[in-house]
Design a binder for this molecule. Sequence first.
Ligand SMILES: Cc1cc2nc3c(=O)[nH]c(=O)nc-3n(C[C@H](O)[C@H](O)[C@H](O)COP(=O)(O)O)c2cc1C
Length: 187
Amino acid sequence: MTQDDVYNETCGTEPMRYLATKPVMIVTTRHASGIVNAGVFGAYTNLSPTQVGVAVSAGGHTYANIIRSGEFVINVPGADLVKALAVIADKIPETRSEVEEAGLTIKDGIAVETPSIAECQAAVEFVFDRELPIGHHNFVIGKVVGGWIRRAVLDDDGRINIFKARVMKDFKYPKPLYVLPGEVIEG
Ligand SMILES: Cc1cc2nc3c(=O)[nH]c(=O)nc-3n(C[C@H](O)[C@H](O)[C@H](O)COP(=O)(O)O)c2cc1C
């Protein structure tokens, strides 16, 4: 099987559809050395059809890298990566990559220089737009420029199938407990 059979890669705004339900996600950025940094984030939201805002700790590597490089990638993990989240959320020095420490693989960026995590279900690429300081966090706003999704979890409407992708949402942070998508009701 080639990479083309596994991933659907796109430039533009379409990949915003891969963030349905805003599951817990992994932000990848690059250190100045080129080493790929990763952090776990739950506090984010869609702001427009092309913009996402993420509450990013002002003292962390993710924030410094976004401001320096002007880009970041939101990776959507499936439940198979639940154990990896604890490793990725750990404070690891800049000389090492959380992605490697977690036993995961990097995948080249499509519309940005920043790589994504190949084992995730989807990844959405952003360029830095603006920020708003709020307490110990900065609300970092990005504009979507590309991304990819595993073909196996892509619905006919271009959105991620959250049941097949088995996306998770944290609900007891900092305890490592997550919920999976459950019932659907029609309103
Ligand atoms: C489930 C979960 C959700 C988290 N959500 C956030 C968040 O929304 N914002 C934040 O700044 N840190 C959040 N964290 C903590 C970061 O993952 C952690 O501080 C990490 O070390 C940041 O990495 P960095 O130093 O590479 O930026 C979360 C951690 C977990 C496990």
